[in-house]
Ligand binder design. Structure first.
Ligand code: NDP
Ligand code: 2IT
Length: 445
């Protein structure tokens, strides 16, 4: 494989798909040596087949507002690769959604799902629908219209969607209801379901918990722990919430959280009722960070700024892609940050990652560090198949073990002859090899 040549071809074929091209380049740069040492990959054109989705489904989603206005959004499902299991990945409802962002997310999902040790292929979907400010019944009508197109393309052994930005338990409920009505079956077709109808304990917290478990492993490798460390978290959503809970439980102090409108700095720590308040604010669907500082005296709001300017030991970017750039990374390093673990998908730009790596900062790449969410989705699928419900402890222990196994895989494939570990390279190679070998076994299809 010649990475530059391949990237040139992809850039011509998929002009303007910036995020997709960024995600592909990162993986190709990491795996090029291993790929070229194994000529069977080249002869089966594994990489040319892996960078293109199996299929992309696009559909229109018409829906009616409470006051009778008819709107039309775009809906997508990108089924990327099912070499090791059914297509699996979240649905994102956010105005920024387009084909490039869903292709980047679906591509990343292939390797992330491979790392989980579970039999899950890669996919992503969503819509440019903006849930902010919409009423409950508008959300319901939108979800129902979306599922009217999606339902016959998915299934518990075919493609199993879940949540992502803008899609939480409420949306999964409405989507599931419509699926059940159309398919006339009650199966584990979506994950992140409610606990009374097939959902798994710990799934809501799983991505954030997993991210902190991964950070714990990164630190342990350097003889460090979370105890007494200060943490900055971006985002104010599902992943950020779980990360804040687990980091606090393991003895760290979360001093910042953020939203698109700015960040909250709370030197006393964002814990207990403050984390509960995060949940309440999330449910309102409005711009949410600022009200926190009105509620708690210790929290100060910094409008329009990012939490990466603070002096912290650990940074957990848990909001959205490319939210942490080179300048942010330099600031973190300057202030003595020792560990960055990505809760969001591709939150750090390539230039920011270079800064971390050049300064020996412990860096947990998204496809490893945030795999706990989809891994627990896999555990939900297992429980659905077995018609069983595991205890909280059982799911959490399995999640913990999976994160530890992912960490070990990164070390195995990312360690150089001097003992330095490149976790990004390790994650990409470990994730790739399993999928590539499955594709070799299954022939050219
Ligand atoms: P949510 O919709 O629950 O939360 C996203 C949060 O990020 C919201 O508080 C949002 O604020 C905020 N946000 C959006 N843009 C910015 C920005 N530029 N700066 C700061 N905050 C911002 O989504 P999730 O928590 O589920 O997802 C967050 C990230 O984690 C995404 O990258 C997602 O792909 C990834 N992820 C999610 C998993 C899951 O299981 N849910 C699993 C693995 C990864 P607002 O609502 O005001 O826009
Ligand atoms: O990015 C992700 O891994 C998710 N949004 C979770 C996907 C899933 O199928 O649970």
């Amino acid at each position: 494989m010649n990475v530059d040549k391949l990237m040139n071809e992809l850039e011509k074929k998929h002009q303007g798909e910036v995020e997709y091209l960024q995600a592909v380049r990162e993986v190709l740069d990491s795996i090029a040596d291993v790929y070229n040492e194994n000529p069977q990959f080249e002869s089966a054109a594994i990489i040319e087949r892996l960078v293109e989705p199996d299929r992309i489904l696009t559909f229109k989603v018409p829906w009616i507002t409470d006051n009778g206005q008819v709107n039309v959004n775009l809906g997508y499902r990108v089924q990327f690769n099912n070499a090791i299991g059914p297509y699996k990945g979240g649905l994102r409802f956010h105005p920024s959604v387009n084909l490039s962002s869903l292709k980047f997310l679906g591509f990343e999902q292939i390797f992330k799902n491979s790392l989980t040790t579970l039999p899950l292929g890669g996919a992503k979907g969503g819509s440019d629908f903006n849930p902010k400010g919409k009423s409950d019944s508008e959300i319901m009508r939108f979800c129902q219209s979306f599922m009217t197109e999606l339902w016959n393309l998915i299934g518990p052994e075919t493609d199993v969607p879940a949540g992502d930005i803008g899609v939480g338990a409420r949306e999964i409920g409405y989507l599931y209801g419509m699926y059940k009505k159309l398919a006339k079956e009650n199966t584990g077709v979506l994950t992140g379901k409610g606990l009374n109808w097939g959902g798994s304990l710990v799934r809501p917290e799983a991505t954030g918990f997993g991210n902190v478990y991964f950070a714990k492993e990164l630190l342990a490798n350097k003889g460090e722990s979370l105890e007494g460390k200060t943490v900055a978290i971006s985002g104010f959503g599902n992943v950020a919430w779980g990360a804040a809970l687990k980091a606090t439980e393991l003895g760290a102090k979360v001093i910042a959280i953020s939203g698109p409108d700015g960040y909250i700095y709370d030197p006393e720590g964002i814990k207990g009722e403050k984390i509960d308040f995060m949940l309440e604010l999330r449910a309102t669907n409005e711009d949410i960070v600022q009200p926190f500082s009105y509620e708690f005296d210790s929290g100060q709001f910094y409008e329009g700024r990012k939490p990466w300017e603070l002096k912290v030991d650990i940074a957990l970017p848990c909001a959205i892609q490319n939210e942490l750039n080179k300048e942010d990374a330099e600031k973190l390093v300057e202030n003595g940050c020792m560990c960055v673990s990505e809760g969001a998908n591709m939150p750090c730009t390539p230039e920011a990652i270079d800064v971390f790596q050049n300064n020996n900062i412990l860096f947990g790449p998204a496809k490893a560090a945030n795999a706990g969410g989809v891994a627990t989705s896999g555990l939900e699928m297992t429980q659905n198949s077995m018609k069983l419900h595991w205890s909280r402890n059982e799911v959490d222990q399995r999640l913990h073990k999976i994160m530890s196994d992912i960490h070990n895989a990164c070390v195995e494939y990312g360690k150089d002859e001097n003992g330095n570990i490149d976790y990004m390279k390790g994650a990409n190679i470990a994730g790739f090899l399993k999928v590539a070998n499955a594709m070799l076994d299954q022939g050219v299809i």
